[in-house]
Design a protein around this ligand. Structure first.
Ligand SMILES: [Zn+2]
Ligand SMILES: [Zn+2]
Length: 228
């Protein structure tokens, strides 16, 4: 792929540095790259215990739950700091490294065919404040890499507080009713993959899955770079 215009300039102003140790050259130097803790065995999105191909255990499956989960690694350094840098946009194009990380692990997962990638939305106000939604950036890059459809069919219609620091039940309560299908969007019969940077309790994605399944989605998987 050709370098976008202005890219050399950006490299000059912000030379690539390893997110782990600060060494110049790459976002992950080989030493720090080797410290990445992969999720060796896929897990069930509901109970987070091992599950073949990342499919939700039959006993964990409910009517509106996620059908499976793709996660590449643990939410620990050096990946943790890389994700935080994407969130605050301190580093240009680092999300491509995270997308590549996911790509190397994807063979482990029994993802359905013909999927549509949907980012977990931020509330309009929050997105405006931050200037972008890191889940959208990841999902767009993933859709280009895997040549699959991308669509922002969900909206966060209610403002929620951050999930950080909340207990499992509080997280569920915090996001209840926060999402809606975008007007005119049609997901009936579609296989949806929800994309976010980190999967922690799964409360946010579970709530999104509920909205999508109530709207007729055939299956809903979650996909995140890291398991928190
Ligand atoms: Zn390093
Ligand atoms: Zn389970």
């Amino acid at each position: 792929m050709s370098r976008p215009r202005g890219r050399l300039f950006i490299d000059f102003i912000f030379p690539k540095k390893c997110v782990g140790c600060g060494k110049f050259g790459e976002y992950f130097c080989s030493k720090c790259f080797s410290k990445i803790e992969y999720v060796e065995n896929p897990v069930c999105p509901v109970c987070q215990r091992q599950a073949v191909g990342g499919r939700t255990h039959p006993k964990c499956q409910t009517r509106y739950s996620l059908d499976g989960l793709v996660v590449a690694c643990r939410y620990r350094n050096p990946v943790k700091v890389a994700i935080q840098k994407v969130k605050y946009r301190w580093v240009y194009d680092i999300e491509k490294v995270l997308v590549d990380l996911l790509a190397t692990q994807i063979y482990k997962f029994a993802i359905p065919q013909k999927v549509i990638l949907v980012p977990v939305p931020l509330h309009k106000k929050r997105k405006n404040w931050r200037g972008f939604n890191q889940a959208e950036i990841l999902a767009k890059d993933l859709s280009k890499k895997f040549k699959v459809n991308y669509s922002e069919i969900l909206i966060r219609s209610r403002e929620t507080k951050t999930q950080v620091g909340l207990k499992r039940d509080e997280r569920k309560e915090n996001v209840r009713g926060a999402f809606e299908l975008r007007r005119g969007a049609d997901v009936s019969g579609r296989n949806v993959i929800l994309v976010d940077d980190v999967y922690t309790s799964g409360a946010t994605m579970a709530e999104c899955a509920k909205v999508l399944k109530k709207s007729g989605a055939k299956s809903v998987w979650g996909m995140a770079v890291a398991l928190g």
